[in-house]
Design a binder for this molecule. Structure first.
Ligand SMILES: [Cu+2]
Length: 385
């Protein structure tokens, strides 16, 4: 209750900031009438003020004039009860060139296109997509030499630097957790991610097969995009920055699991840009309640994590799913993560920070196939434009 009042307050503060914004093009043509957070297969209502982007609609995209392309990555053949930790996807296909990606959504499917999730053992634990700014290699795709060169490229990156971790070899641009929420960059203003000819994507993907049979998985990403030359793209620009606030700073995001109620702090970032806070959501693992983003130590966004609202996020131990709880008891995983859009402005020198609240007595930590507790995470992407 307290947090929903705080959240309402934050919305009002954001609305006040909104009226002072300049130098941005409102994306007034985005049809937000169709926003219907509870129109999916949810089994209970979302909390008040929970902002949930509607799924990417391949037939009628939210942005008029936009196109949607679903790109399939993989396959990964996984034995039962196994984890594929941060596998690289090198030279991954881009959905378009000379275009602005305005929204995207990840999913995990099997070879028949059937969605794989907690209820049948398939986890898209997380994926992180990076831009590798290098003309594509013209070598046969799966030769050892090419794979080696792509790995070198992936780990050295060329010409692109990450916003909050310039020390990293690549520039992080997209990410998703298993809740597979939509990231939308043009909720209020005309911003997108620009893909230029010659751009190449790389990703890391962490998958789990907690089921009892071997599976073949593919990750799909549905991109909503505007071709640069289309009239609908008029006024669009690339966002200015996407700082990644992470509990491990520029590390690998894994934080050793702990039981109980506690907070995990992400390492703050001092802004090097000026602009609107366009979109943010927290990425956590099961056990977390919410992620709060602070601007100069004042809370400006609460990204809430809701568990088991859709049937595919409920598993029963001993069945073909995964259980963190008691034998035979249903276990719920994060099914919905709320996003904040247009929640203020940053100036150069401002501090952005984030805190993730965990309470493992309310939601158990996930377990590895060997029964040990899985590492937790606390990170957030903040798109600024
Ligand atoms: Cu993760």
């Amino acid at each position: 209750m307290k947090s929903s009042i705080l959240f309402l307050g934050l919305q009002l503060v954001a609305a006040g900031v909104l009226s002072r914004q300049m130098d941005v093009t409102p994306a007034s043509n985005v049809n937000y009438q169709s926003l219907a957070p509870d129109s999916d297969n949810g089994t209970f209502a979302l909390p008040p003020n929970f902002r949930n982007e509607p799924p990417i609609n391949t037939q009628s995209p939210l942005t008029p004039g936009a196109m949607v392309k679903t790109v399939k990555y993989g396959p990964w053949h996984m034995r039962p009860n196994t984890v594929l930790p941060n596998a690289p996807v090198l030279r991954a296909a881009v959905p378009c060139t000379d275009c602005y990606v305005v929204a995207y959504q990840a999913d995990l499917v099997d070879e028949n296109g059937v969605t794989q999730n907690v209820n049948n053992g398939g986890w898209l634990h997380h994926m992180v997509r990076c831009l590798v700014d290098f003309p594509s290699f013209h070598l046969p795709k799966d030769t050892k030499l090419n794979i080696f060169l792509q790995k070198v490229l992936f780990t050295t990156g060329i010409g692109q630097r990450d916003t909050s971790c310039p020390i990293l070899p690549t520039k992080r641009i997209f990410a998703s957790g298993n809740e597979r929420a939509v990231t939308r960059l043009n909720a209020n203003y005309k911003f997108g991610y620009k893909i230029n000819p010659g751009d190449s994507f790389s990703s890391v993907v962490e998958l789990m097969n907690m089921g009892k049979t071997a599976k073949t998985y593919y990750m799909t990403i549905s991109y909503e995009y505007l071709p640069i030359n289309s009239p609908s793209a008029s006024g669009y620009r690339e966002y200015a920055a996407m700082p990644w606030l992470d509990a491990t700073g520029c590390g690998g995001s894994d934080v050793p699991a702990r039981q109980g109620a506690y907070s995990v702090n992400a390492v703050p970032w001092i802004s090097t840009v000026e602009g609107n806070l366009l979109f943010a959501e927290g990425h956590v693992h099961d056990g977390a309640l919410d992620t709060t983003i602070y601007l100069n130590d004042k809370p400006v966004c609460i990204s809430q994590h809701v568990y088991g609202r859709k049937p595919e996020y409920v598993s029963v131990d001993g069945m073909d799913g995964m259980g963190g709880g008691m034998e035979g008891m249903p276990t719920t995983s994060i099914s919905d993560t709320s996003s904040c859009v247009n929640f203020g402005m940053v100036k150069r020198g401002d501090k952005l920070s984030a805190v993730c609240k965990y309470d493992t007595t309310q939601h158990p930590i996930e377990k590895n196939p060997n029964g040990s507790l899985m590492a937790i995470m606390c990170n957030t992407r903040v798109y600024i434009g």
